[in-house]
Design a protein around this ligand. Structure first.
Ligand code: OAD
Length: 242
């Protein structure tokens, strides 16, 4: 099957990859819905909604500060590295991620389409200005905007919020017009990201799923590679470059 996927990949012009938290699992970052997943240990509605933030910004920021501390100490794994090398190799390669950890960029990917924002960015709740903030741990919780003094929030998408429309439109357009799509380390549950592989399938693209377990998408894909992204992607890459 790997040979067939590689043949397919080599014949493809537009290549799209959609990643989820499973791609960072081997770096030591918890996923959301796995055995030790964040949503097994924490209640999303108390930590990752606009309502939770307006009720208790300190609590929400303490949770993000904790996640920032975990992520800051982690390194990209072989899956991130192979995807970064594919951006160099293929002229029309597009990486769409649901992850907010920035590990794709740390591995060298330059043109990452971040559907759910980035944990290393903050947004002023008054002026809407987005800026980078890599302070670990944060000196002040909750942090305040240095220009107007208003509360800052993490520049991430919370439950009940819409994705940035331009970013989503681009992801839909790329998914609709690609030749091959890899769906890696995502439970394919959270909308609208979960619809992207179906746009690709509808237009006749080949869809390759890499996951340690089957998902609702699995029966629809052309190829399902069961296993860890950090092992399967290097295996595929070895065949690609040999
Ligand atoms: P989930 O936790 O829902 O799913 C992680 C997926 O990764 C599961 O299907 C696992 O089987 C798979 N997986 C785990 N380890 C893996 C490995 N080493 N190699 C390959 N696959 C592996 O995480 P997401 O699908 O990313 O949204 O969740 C989507 C969104 O839900 C997140 O972006 C976040 C969350 O709520 C927001 O915060 C808006």
């Amino acid at each position: 099957m790997l040979e067939e996927i590689i043949r397919n990949l080599k014949n493809s012009k537009k290549i799209v990859v959609l990643t989820g938290s499973g791609v960072s699992a081997e770096s030591g970052i918890p996923t959301f819905r796995g055995k030790d997943g964040l949503w097994k240990r924490f209640r999303a509605e108390e930590l990752a909604t606009p309502h939770a933030f307006s009720r208790d910004p300190k609590l929400v920021w303490e949770w993000y500060n904790w996640r920032r501390e975990i992520i800051a100490s982690k390194e990209p794994n072989p899956a991130h590295k192979v995807l970064a090398s594919w951006e160099e190799r293929f002229p029309e390669f597009y990486l769409i991620t649901q992850n907010i950890d920035g590990l794709h960029q740390k591995a060298g990917s330059k043109k990452v389409i971040e559907l759910h924002g980035n944990i290393w960015e903050v947004k002023c709740t008054k002026e809407g200005i987005i800026s980078e903030n890599r302070e670990v741990p944060l000196k002040e919780i909750p942090p305040k905007c240095s220009s107007c003094g208003a509360l800052l929030r993490p520049n991430v998408v919370w439950f009940g919020e819409s994705l940035d429309q331009a970013t989503l439109n681009r992801a839909i357009d790329l998914s609709t017009n690609c030749d091959i799509m890899f769906v890696i380390g995502t439970s394919v549950i959270v909308q609208p990201a979960a619809s992207l592989p179906y746009f690709a399938l509808k237009e006749g693209a080949s869809v390759v799923e890499i996951n340690i377990e089957e998902t609702l998408l699995t029966p629809h894909v052309n190829y399902f590679l069961k296993g860890k992204a950090g092992e399967i992607l290097p295996e595929l890459n070895k065949k690609l470059i040999s």
